[in-house]
Design a protein around this ligand. Structure first.
Ligand code: C5P
Length: 303
């Protein structure tokens, strides 16, 4: 029987390392990005619709503010891109149930695009290879290939050229969410502005981080967390520095802005430490809301 509907669950990400090289002539930056997929999920359901109806979308859930429900949504672009590449008319309704913070530095939009690519492959039985899906993903956004792969990986180039990283154990995270997002291009622009007079080196993978992940040593991972976009994000949103401080004061193993922010990620020793920190952050009054998660988890998967 032909499938009419497919649901894919897709995680959020945190960058354990994000090192940003100089701005290139195309406006992008060469990156070293060490990604970990974490257990906050969006669910993307694709349902075939009547011929001629095209691609439509509805966004539901507790994290929908500011998500476009038109052709500018990355999930709609993903469905259309598949139609173009595989040369068929796409008539599909996309429902995105969002839990990943919007414009939060956790790749929510990229996750929905990744989920849509995987769902399109299953719904139309395209049998695309992983490499084909990664290539389509990279056309949509630098983080999309990782949201398909999940786990722990090093991204180079724009962050889209992936190599799996060896990682032992489960890591516990607390995320301090903001009610208002930050635009990724504006954070990169602030990074360029702050470094205008400096010689910027090519980014390199942190050996300390790789060894700590391999050993499953959460304390050492906490010490090795690094994000070049943290300074720029804090410059645009000074309150983030206060949030980082609260986490450090309450014994987080490590604290950093996630990606381009404004979500702040705290690595903690275990679930109990996570609960304590979540309570402290909520009580501090400097945080909009708090989410807890573990990683690494799988990338986009058909349910
Ligand atoms: O690739 P993506 O569309 O997700 O990138 C969003 C924005 O982030 C880009 O428009 C660019 O400003 C910035 N970016 C960058 N260098 C990268 C990745 C993203 O400057 N490697």
């Amino acid at each position: 029987m032909a499938l009419n509907s497919v649901t894919v669950r897709v995680p959020a990400k945190v960058n354990l390392q994000l090192s940003v090289g100089p701005r290139e002539s195309d406006g992008y930056h060469n990156l070293v990005s060490v990604f970990q997929a974490v257990s906050i999920y969006d669910e993307v359901t694709l349902t075939k619709s009547h011929p001629g109806s095209g691609v439509t979308i509805a966004v539901t859930g507790d994290q929908t503010h500011g998500v476009p429900e038109d052709d500018s949504n990355l999930a709609v672009k993903a469905a259309k891109l598949v139609g173009t590449k595989f040369d068929f008319d796409v008539d599909v309704h996309i429902e995105v149930k969002k839990s990943i913070p919007v414009a939060g530095g956790m790749a929510g939009g990229s996750a929905d695009a990744a989920g849509t690519l995987v769902a399109m492959d299953a719904l139309y039985k395209l049998e695309a290879t992983r490499e084909e899906l990664f290539a389509l993903g990279a056309e949509l956004g630098s983080d999309v290939p990782f949201m398909i792969s999940g786990g722990t990986a090093v991204g180079t180039g724009r962050g889209d050229q992936l190599t799996a990283a060896l990682s032992r154990g489960t890591y516990h995270w607390v995320f301090a969410l903001s009610t208002v997002g930050l635009s990724t291009p504006s954070v990169y622009a602030e990074c360029d502005r702050m470094r205008a007079e400096l010689e910027v080196a090519a980014p390199k993978v942190s050996d300390a981080l790789m060894q700590s992940l391999l050993a499953g040593d959460a304390q050492a991972v906490g010490r090795a967390l690094h994000n070049d976009l943290q300074g720029p994000a804090c410059s645009l949103r000074p309150a983030l520095s206060l949030v980082l401080e609260v986490g450090r004061d309450y014994g987080a193993l490590g604290a950093l802005v996630s990606g381009s922010g404004p979500t702040v990620a705290f690595l903690v020793a275990d679930e109990e430490a996570g609960l304590d920190l979540a309570v402290a952050l909520t009580a501090s009054g400097v945080v909009g809301s708090v989410a807890r998660a573990t990683g690494p988890v799988h990338g986009a998967r058909v349910l």
